[in-house]
Design a protein around this ligand. Structure first.
Ligand code: FMN
Length: 364
């Protein structure tokens, strides 16, 4: 085994990545307003990080209904597509590769984003969580997510169509592919779990029914843009946001079997998010590897050393880094040189301007 696996190139769908240091999706809430349009600064930010093997964009809502936080970008209006076009152009000009994370928050939202009433979900069950909303006074506050409205059978088909439309728009915007956001307690994850899905129709109840929405979304996206351009992120190990489902590992493996049949390019495991950091046993990793032949990516508190150790074990193919990329735009080079990593300023993570966004320097 080479000791620096992180720097071995690898194919991912139609792409050839020069290294396995992936930039994880990170919401930064810096779109141009009105209209949640990707800004010029966003193009600069992503282009600065083009030395990543792959960039996965921040989560991007596929519809107004799919939004749950202020200033996150969309991929449903023409202005948003044009804004993203500038981002992909600059990343490609800088030699990088970039996929768009397609997002519907489901119940992780607030009525202020919904002209027609409540946020939507598989069932009318609140997540016991809050979202960041900037009011008309310009001040951001964490607001409680209310009890959502349960999606009707027709609503579900409309949301699947919105995912498909988002994937088509991503292609028009020049992306190399998409990552379906199936994790972190958002809409797709809400369908997977017994804790958030109490439906009695074909989208709830049995395991087969609970994975149906994720499968239908993946299938719609694959039909639109091809399996080689489609990845999916899942987060089976999270427990917050009322998501602690005893059956989620079984559901995840059943879903992986379907994704294998569809030949989806990769599965991205969000292992730990922020402070939620469970231990993942090798038994699960082995079962996933046996079930699914595509590429497996992991993220969550990885250092270069931990990343190389897990790659060397052969159970994963790529490692995504979130927070380390914020203040270290040239992270792969720093890993390669074993250079010290800069710390980011937590007060400029969400919203704001260029400060704490595009002013972190690369090594000279
Ligand atoms: C500021 C911030 C924003 C994030 N936004 C997203 C997001 O939009 N989509 C997503 O799937 N995960 C999101 N995450 C989770 C990261 O992709 C990643 O899984 C997490 O930060 C753990 O990796 P790390 O320890 O390398 O930061 C976010 C994390 C951070 C720190």
């Amino acid at each position: 085994m080479p000791s620096n696996n992180l720097f071995e190139s690898i194919s991912l769908g139609l792409m050839r990545l020069p290294n396995r240091v992936v930039m994880a999706p990170m919401t930064r809430a810096r779109t141009a307003q009105p209209g949640d349009i990707p800004s010029i600064e966003m193009a600069t930010y992503y282009a600065q990080r083009a030395s990543a093997g792959l960039i996965i964009t921040e989560a991007t809502q596929i519809s107004q209904q799919g939004q749950g936080y202020s200033f996150t970008p969309g991929i449903y209006s023409e202005a948003q597509v044009q804004g993203w076009r500038r981002v992909t152009q600059e990343v490609h000009d800088a030699g990088g590769r970039i996929v768009l994370q397609l997002w519907h928050v489901g119940r992780m939202s607030h009525p202020s984003f919904h002209t027609d009433g409540m946020p939507v979900a598989p069932s009318a069950l609140a997540p016991n969580a809050q979202v960041w909303v900037v009011g008309s006074d310009g001040i951001g506050r964490m607001l409680e997510c209310p009890v959502p409205r349960a999606l009707s059978a027709i609503d579900i088909q409309n949301v699947i169509a919105d995912f498909r439309h988002g994937a088509a728009n991503a292609m028009r915007a020049g992306f190399d592919g998409v990552e379906i956001h199936g994790g972190n307690g958002y809409l797709i994850d809400q369908f997977l779990r017994t804790t958030s899905n109490h439906r009695t129709d074909e989208y709830g109840g049995t395991l087969e029914n609970r994975i149906r929405f994720a499968c239908d979304v993946a299938s719609a996206v694959v039909t639109e843009i091809g399996a080689a351009r489609t990845g999916i992120r899942i987060a089976p190990f999270i427990t917050q946001r009322n998501m602690n489902c005893p059956d989620i590992i079984t559901a995840t493996l059943a879903l992986a079997e379907r994704l294998e049949a569809m030949q989806v390019a990769y599965i991205h495991l969000a292992e730990a998010d922020w402070d939620d950091a469970p231990q993942i046993d090798d038994g699960f990793r082995q079962k996933l590897r046996q079930t699914y032949q595509g590429k497996i990516m992991v993220a969550g508190n990885y250092s270069a050393a931990r990343a190389e150790a897990i790659l060397a074990g052969g159970l994963v193919d790529l490692v995504a880094f979130g927070r380390p990329f914020i203040a270290n735009p040239d992270l792969p080079k720093r890993f390669m040189l074993n250079a010290p990593l800069a710390e980011f300023d937590p007060s400029t993570l969400f919203g704001g301007n260029a400060q704490g966004y595009i002013d972190y320097p690369s090594l000279s």
